[in-house]
Ligand binder design. Structure first.
Ligand SMILES: [Zn+2]
Length: 346
């Protein structure tokens, strides 16, 4: 059983550089709480007198994009969604919309569509008991590992597929300190007897099940939050603090009703791909974690790293870098090619 670990989701090239190093375990310096109220500022302008005009027809509702993109080569990857109900309780329609957006990014980048096999809602907290009563996998070796590990998501996943066919990629929605800090990370398990059509490029194994452990509530471009407990960020300022807003301290915050949190109020953030749709960030991050399984360089496989530029032949991304980064899910474009080329029938 092999676990990949990349603390991953970052927003800019500047932050990429920071995150090449191991994630710091030092607690974030707790910012001084300000005496100011949260930044949801009431509109101070007086209410204008209504102007009597002939009523006009209601404008048509904004056309919601419901496109589900298809692979032009009729290729898919089998995907499960696993929700840790101790962490999150998304509705079915929210999960469906997230899945649709994620599918569309993978089709755009790799011409592979995602085929949803099962959505599972399972409580994580029962894991140790479940493992203990499970007949087949209890060995001293495994029990030892369980009790040595505070947080063994790979065993949780292993149990899910002990007696059922696994997917080729699972999206595990769960908040732990790492996913809450970085947005998500890649994990994987090897299952004897299983076959993944997307062969592990390191060793050409076919029994690897790829996964991404994702923070469903991760906030893109969050503003004014004390994140000393990354799983429970608290809004304390109406201006950015610490490294928020791409290290621009003092950027004003704006409450995004459609996202449900305070975001950096600057044009670059608000016009970026991730800020255009509630699910773009999480969906791109999920595709990002899938792609990590097909890279050899860990954090150096990120978009914009020297290693990536070298692989891509020194392509310049100077124009609209942030959006180019985001539309590539923050990962080196080469990895989409490696992923596609890994396909073999079982
Ligand atoms: Zn990454």
């Amino acid at each position: 059983m092999i676990i990949l670990f990349f603390g991953c989701v970052s927003e800019t090239k500047e932050q990429e550089v920071e995150k090449k190093s191991e994630p710091s375990k030092e607690p974030t310096k707790k910012p001084e709480p300000t005496s100011q109220p949260p930044a949801k500022v009431p509109d101070p302008s007086p209410t204008p007198q209504p102007i009597k005009t002939k009523p006009t027809a209601e404008p048509p509702p904004a056309k919601q994009d419901t496109t589900l993109k298809k692979s032009s080569i009729n290729r898919d990857i089998k995907v499960d969604i696993i929700v840790d109900t101790d962490s999150f309780s998304p509705s079915d329609s929210e999960l469906n919309e997230f899945f649709r957006v994620t599918n569309n990014i993978l089709v755009d980048k790799a011409d592979v569509e995602m085929k949803l096999m099962k959505t599972r809602r399972v409580s994580y907290s029962g894991i140790k008991n479940s493992i203990i009563i499970s007949r087949t996998i209890v060995t001293n070796d495994i029990l030892k590992k369980i009790y040595e590990s505070e947080d063994p998501p790979e065993f949780f996943i292993f149990l899910r597929y002990e007696s059922e066919d696994p997917p080729e990629f699972f999206i595990f929605l769960r908040a732990d300190d790492t996913s809450a800090t970085y947005g998500g990370y890649a994990i994987g398990i090897d299952l004897a007897g299983s076959c993944n059509r997307y062969r592990d490029p390191q060793g050409d194994k076919k029994n690897r099940v790829y996964g991404g452990l994702m923070d469903w509530k991760h906030m893109y471009s969050s503003c004014g939050y004390d994140s000393s407990d990354p799983k429970n960020p608290v809004h304390i300022s109406n201006m950015s603090i610490d490294g928020e807003c791409r290290n621009r301290r003092g950027t004003a915050c704006i409450f995004r009703e459609d996202f449900g949190y305070y975001m950096c109020n600057d044009n670059e953030s608000l016009n970026s791909f991730y800020a255009k749709d509630r699910y773009n960030f999480l969906a791109a991050s999920t595709v990002h974690e899938l792609m990590h399984h097909f890279g050899e360089h860990g954090n150096y496989d990120h978009f914009g790293t020297e290693k990536c530029s070298e692989i891509m032949g020194g392509t310049s991304y100077d124009d609209d870098t942030l959006n180019t980064f985001q539309k590539n899910a923050g990962i080196c474009p080469k990895l989409f090619e490696v992923f596609k080329a890994s396909y073999q029938e079982c």
